[in-house]
Design a protein around this ligand. Structure first.
Ligand SMILES: Nc1ncnc2c1ncn2[C@@H]1O[C@H](COP(=O)(O)OP(=O)(O)O)[C@@H](O)[C@H]1O
Ligand SMILES: N[C@@H](CCC(=O)OP(=O)(O)O)C(=O)O
Length: 373
């Protein structure tokens, strides 16, 4: 069975009067149910709309709103959203489950595995997980901030084959469609180059968060992990079925080679607790010779971490090289660096970051991430 994550943005769920639009939601529910009951797909839904729905029913304006008001609106709106999905999916004999996440739930490896096991259990039992950010309890430091990023992490969690971002526009355009009347849809993206990234602008509607910018970040994370991404219009008739039938609607981003799940978590889910600065020889060994990181290549250690922590690997000029699981504590690494400076050869020490626990995050000359295997 193929696994799909479908993300629906606020702009596709909210009616002009600010309320949840049952007609629109029903159309998604029918489409998702039809795919799920074909027996060919397991689907997880990431649905935005809690804040907008809450503001709508409370009659509160989104302008100059305080954080507690926004979080209160999310608490009200999430209830409305869950209730509507539950009722509409029940009509299609599909049981739904609500999962609300913060970034810290994913950053911690144990919690990540718990979420993965829960999602697996739901999917294998034919229950539809409906995911959103836990907006009403989230503080800035642990926010995803946008559901595009969240949906791509959900795709990593369940090792999806495809991530579909449904929005109020039929794909990525060559310019912001509200500002550039000549802008055209780009049907396919093989590589997310800096030129492609430059095309993505902010939301076009007052209810959207992140616009195309965050959709491209999500697409980068997913495609690098080996998951195809389609951005398509939520109002296109039978959009999900047509995408699954291979019709070229929206913008399709093609995946690179599949990355092992642990590595995609290291790259995009985990939180780095420190930094290792490495010299040019080590950068070359890591990026071109697929070697592990040895103590010999480390110039400086930043932060205070234990062995087993995730750290960033950076160049002397502070460019990101990668991330990985470190085998020594920061204290021990500093000690070893001192001994190295005093002339001691440290050949007997094992890898500081083993290749299998290392993800390279630099692009090659073709704007591809360097092969991880
Ligand atoms: N290059 C672009 N191509 C298409 N849309 C773009 C582009 N740059 C910015 N946008 C805006 O991004 C919007 C979609 O993002 P957003 O409003 O956050 O939707 P959602 O609520 O579905 O996440 C579009 O309606 C459009 O106005
Ligand atoms: N978690 C928020 C939505 C955040 C978000 O990314 O919104 P959107 O850009 O509409 O997908 C909510 O439920 O209101």
């Amino acid at each position: 069975m193929k696994r799909i994550v479908v993300k629906i943005g606020s702009s596709s769920l909210i009616a002009a009067d600010g309320s949840l639009c049952q007609k629109k939601i029903d159309s998604f529910v029918e489409q998702i149910s039809s795919l799920q009951s074909s027996g060919k797909y397991q689907i997880a839904l990431v649905s935005s709309g809690a804040i907008a729905a809450g503001l709508g029913i409370l009659g509160w304006s989104r302008h100059h709103i305080t954080m507690p008001e926004k979080q209160a609106a999310a608490a009200v709106g999430q209830g409305l959203l869950t209730d509507m999905y539950q009722k509409l999916f029940a009509r299609q004999n599909i049981l739904t489950a609500q999962i609300l996440l913060n970034r810290s739930d994913i950053e911690d490896r144990r919690r990540f595995i718990h979420i993965r096991n829960t999602m697996e259990t739901l999917l294998r039992n034919g229950i539809l997980p409906i995911v959103n950010e836990n907006d009403s309890v989230t503080v800035e430091e642990i926010r995803f901030g946008d559901n595009d990023t969240l949906s791509s992490l959900v795709a990593l969690i369940i090792e999806a084959d495809l991530l579909i971002l449904l929005t109020d526009i039929d794909g990525l355009y060559t310019g912001h469609p509200h500002k550039d009347p000549t802008a055209k849809r780009i049907p396919e993206v093989w590589k997310i180059t800096p030129e492609i990234e430059k095309l993505a602008g902010n939301p076009g509607s007052p209810v959207g968060t992140g616009g195309m910018r965050t959709k491209l970040i999500a697409a980068r994370m997913a495609t690098h992990s080996g998951i195809d991404v389609v951005i398509a219009s939520s109002s296109e008739k039978d959009v999900l079925k047509r995408i699954m039938n291979g019709e070229k609607i929206g913008t399709r981003f093609y995946a690179q080679q599949r990355m092992p799940s642990k590595k995609s978590w290291i790259a995009y889910g985990s939180k780095a607790e420190g930094r290792l600065y490495i010299d040019s020889g080590a950068i070359n060994a890591l990026t071109h010779q697929r070697r592990s990181l040895l103590i010999a290549g480390i110039i400086e250690v930043e932060g205070d971490f234990d062995e087993g922590a995730i750290v960033e690997i950076r160049s002397p000029s502070n460019q990101m090289v990668g991330k990985g699981v470190v085998s020594f504590s920061a204290q021990d690494l500093r000690l070893l660096l001192k001994r190295k400076q005093q002339g001691e050869k440290l050949h007997n020490y094992h890898e500081v970051i083993h290749r299998d626990s290392l993800v390279i995050l630099v692009l090659d000359e073709n704007a591809n991430y360097i092969n991880q295997s």
